[in-house]
Design a protein around this ligand. Structure first.
Ligand code: GLA
Length: 742
């Protein structure tokens, strides 16, 4: 057996050397001390992956056959010196059980009880042009020499966007199932003087609070264990600055995000030599997975970009990538809308809604979005205590059904959208009465509610069918439905799947994969229908979900002052085209301030139009018109964060189109203390040689409250970027929006 294995390895090595994509290394200058008497090692093999400005280089060490990360960072002029280096690098996908002393990327217990895993390099290959993109998909196969257990590392590089996507596939053909305890998507290593971690955490209505701290020796973990609404406290994103803090325009930064809508974990471990390993993937907590022989365990994608020019560039890289590959129809346009959640709550009927359809038209937006409260009869959905799961129109509120509203909307020249929360159930519902076994809940324990509801057991194929049919049935019956808001209002607690029986530790993973299966099926049938992802606000914001969704609801908090910080936070990782912002009456700021804030992404309204004064209505109508003219720049342009609300009583950001012929600048005075000076700000991203005209939009029809206006002036890009504009005002909570045109 050993002989056969040895021959196989020899053949593999020969294939490797013959493969033109694999460049054998120069032999090292001489063996390091202590190994003089060992037999000569095979030559090292280098595998270079990367983008236009970044290299991620692996080395197969000829001495031990293992795969190492030899380099990750700014593109090297050439890799010859790297090949000369005696330092193999750091393990590319560290295992547990043999000689690894730190956190592993993977841990498995073989079917014979052997708790160790050894992974040796076998082969590599690559594909280009996957999905019509310029991406390169590199595959590196690793195998345990003693057990039929293998891991394929996938490294997909997007050259133009400077983004890398990494994931792993784990497989075995042992006689019985093998339990895997850790299964990272990626493992990256850094050797820097200092490491500064920026994290984004929060809670309902206070999402994406940004905090930066220096990492010290040992482990720091960012994770979630909430299962559903998984990102309520912690979004699966981080920025890591190397060798010191970075700012918007300078410093070395890694920006990373996991495409997974369930439990995730980012683990940062600094070892005794000051090296940092970053292990990203599904949170292995309470999630050991029994892998059947022949089945593939595919991890979600870790998506990351490296910028040598600060956080701004890192965000722009991710935005460009997300528009093309990360968000459904990310390069497309979006529908402006009027929503009724904050305006009416559950309290509406057909007559009221018909009037709102008229207001939708009056406002000039594209669509009316009917929120929660339209369904259930035995236990009507008149509050959040009943009805979830019974997706039939409530006869008292909508005697003529959704069909009537869809038709009415069409008659009035607007589109119609609808809210659903198909993964959930209220105990007070017919669904609960008829299918108590379709629900995640523990035996021998009282039920535990959050927002008076429970989570359906998506691991059960019958439940999957129910969720698919709920959405598909509604769309088949009402083909005029032009938009969906898909909500998910609770996390998992007392988690137990009646369907999974003795495999309870699979529930967090299987839930998410089955949710994706349902979304896959829906997207095959309705490929472009706009669907807003909502989870009590931003409880499920990640690129695993966003490939099925056109946009997400960033937060239930629509107070415009709070919203500046929340949208600021999301802007580090998610493009404006995906972030839904509504003008509401939650905050006490002026209508202008609230409208300006909502305009920074996908704009909507959730406000009582019939209570507006004539002037207010006119202002909003004009804002909608301006937005329709400018939304391409805002939704798809390059974002420059110029003044951070975390650093000043002011926030300024701007979007610039690719041709640098049009930009939109948003400026906000959050507070203005007596005598406070706001310095001129220098614009970014323009063409110095071009001359731009500044035009203020969203101008108040009465009583302007912002400091001296630059409107009507023309400046060169050179002037705007070196001398700058006055974006200051003595009025707290005032704002300005400039349209900047070549
Ligand atoms: C969640 C959403 C809100 C609204 C309500 C309806 O809280 O975040 O926008 O849709 O549900 O119940």
């Amino acid at each position: 057996m050993k002989k056969i294995l040895f021959t196989l390895i020899l053949i593999f090595s020969l294939i490797l050397i013959a493969n033109p994509q694999v460049q054998p290394a120069q032999p090292p200058a001489g063996p390091p001390p202590g190994i003089q008497n060992q037999k000569p090692a095979a030559p090292d093999v280098f595998i270079t992956t990367g983008t236009k400005s970044v290299d991620l280089i692996f080395r197969v060490n000829g001495r031990d056959g293992r795969l190492y990360q030899a380099y990750f960072g700014k593109k090297l002029a050439n890799t010859e010196s790297l090949k000369q280096s005696r330092d193999a690098g750091h393990p590319a996908y560290a295992t547990f059980g043999t000689d690894n002393l730190f956190e592993p990327a993977i841990r498995a217990v073989h079917n014979d009880g052997n708790p160790s895993l050894e992974l040796k390099y076998v082969s590599q290959s690559f594909e280009t042009g996957t999905g019509g993109s310029s991406a390169v998909l590199n595959k590196i196969l690793l195998k345990d020499p003693e057990y039929p257990f293998e891991v394929t590392l996938f490294i997909k590089t997007f050259p133009d966007e400077d983004v890398i996507e990494q994931w792993a596939e784990i497989k075995h053909t042992e006689k019985k199932p093998v339990t895997i305890y850790n299964y990272a998507s990626s493992m990256l290593h850094f050797d820097a003087e200092q490491y500064w971690l920026t994290q984004f955490h929060g809670d309902w209505a206070e999402e994406m609070k940004m905090a930066e701290s220096q990492l010290t020796a040992g482990i720091k973990i960012l994770d979630t264990k909430l299962g559903t609404r998984a990102h309520m406290y912690q979004t699966p994103v981080f920025m890591l600055s190397l060798n010191g803090k970075s700012d918007e325009a300078s410093g070395e930064v890694l920006a990373g995000t996991l495409g997974w809508s369930g439990n995730f974990r980012f683990l940062f471990e600094i070892d005794e030599k000051g090296s940092l390993r970053v292990i990203s993937g599904i949170n292995p907590f309470a999630s050991e997975y029994s892998l059947e022989p022949g089945k593939i365990f595919k991890t979600p994608s870790m998506i990351f970009t490296y910028s040598a020019a600060g956080k701004g560039q890192a965000s722009r890289n991710l935005h460009r990538w997300a528009q093309k590959y990360g968000v459904l129809d990310g390069t497309g346009s979006r529908l402006t809308l009027l929503n009724n959640w904050e305006a009416t709550g559950f309290n509406f009927d057909e007559k009221k809604l018909t009037a709102i359809l008229d207001e939708t038209k009056l406002l000039g937006v594209d669509l009316f979005l009917l929120d929660d409260g339209w369904f259930a009869n035995k236990y009507p959905r008149n509050n959040d205590r009943a009805g979830l799961g019974d997706w039939q129109e409530n006869k008292a509120k909508l005697p003529n059904g959704l069909g009537y509203l869809v038709k009415e909307a069409d008659n009035k020249g607007v589109k119609f959208g609808i809210w659903i929360e198909p993964e959930m159930v209220n105990p007070k519902s017919e669904l609960y009465e008829n299918h108590p076994d379709w629900i995640l809940k523990l035996p021998n324990r009282p039920e535990h509610y959050y927002r008076n509801q429970l989570v359906l057991d998506l691991t059960n194929p019958k439940v999957q069918e129910f969720v698919f049919n709920t959405v598909d049935g509604m769309l088949t019956k009402n083909p005029g439905i032009a938009f969906i808001k898909w909500d998910c209002n609770r996390m998992m607690t007392n988690t137990y799947s009646p369907y999974l029986k003795d495999k309870q530790s699979h529930v967090y993973i299987d839930y998410v994969n089955n949710l994706y299966n349902i979304l896959d099926r829906l997207r095959q049938k309705y490929p472009k229908l706009p669907i807003m992802l909502c989870s009590g606000g931003g409880g499920r914001v990640d690129y695993g979900a966003l490939k099925y969704f056109t946009e997400f609801w960033a937060s239930d908090n629509t107070d415009a002052l709070e919203r500046i910080y929340i949208q600021w936070g999301y802007s580090y990782f998610f493009p404006a085209v995906s972030v839904c912002n509504h003008v509401t009456s939650w905050g006490k700021q002026s209508l202008k301030f609230r409208t300006d804030v909502a305009m920074m992404g996908k704009m909507g309204f959730d406000i009582q139009v019939n209570e507006m004064t004539e002037n207010e209505l006119k202002f909003c109508q004009n804002a909608v018109t301006s937005y329709k003219r400018l939304n391409d720049v805002i939704l798809h342009g390059d974002l420059y964060r110029i003044v951070s609300p975390y650093e000043e009583n002011r926030a300024v950001m701007m979007y610039v189109n690719e041709a640098k012929s049009k930009a939109v600048l948003f400026g906000y005075i959050l507070n203005a203390r007596y005598g406070e000076n706001f310095n001129r700000i220098r614009l970014q991203g323009l063409d110095p040689a071009k001359t731009y005209k500044i035009q203020e939009i969203n101008v108040l029809t009465e009583g302007r409250r912002f400091g001296p206006s630059e409107s009507g002036r023309s400046y060169t890009g050179d002037y705007l970027m070196n001398v700058g504009l006055n974006i200051g005002s003595a009025t707290p909570l005032s704002s300005v929006v400039y349209e900047i045109t070549e």
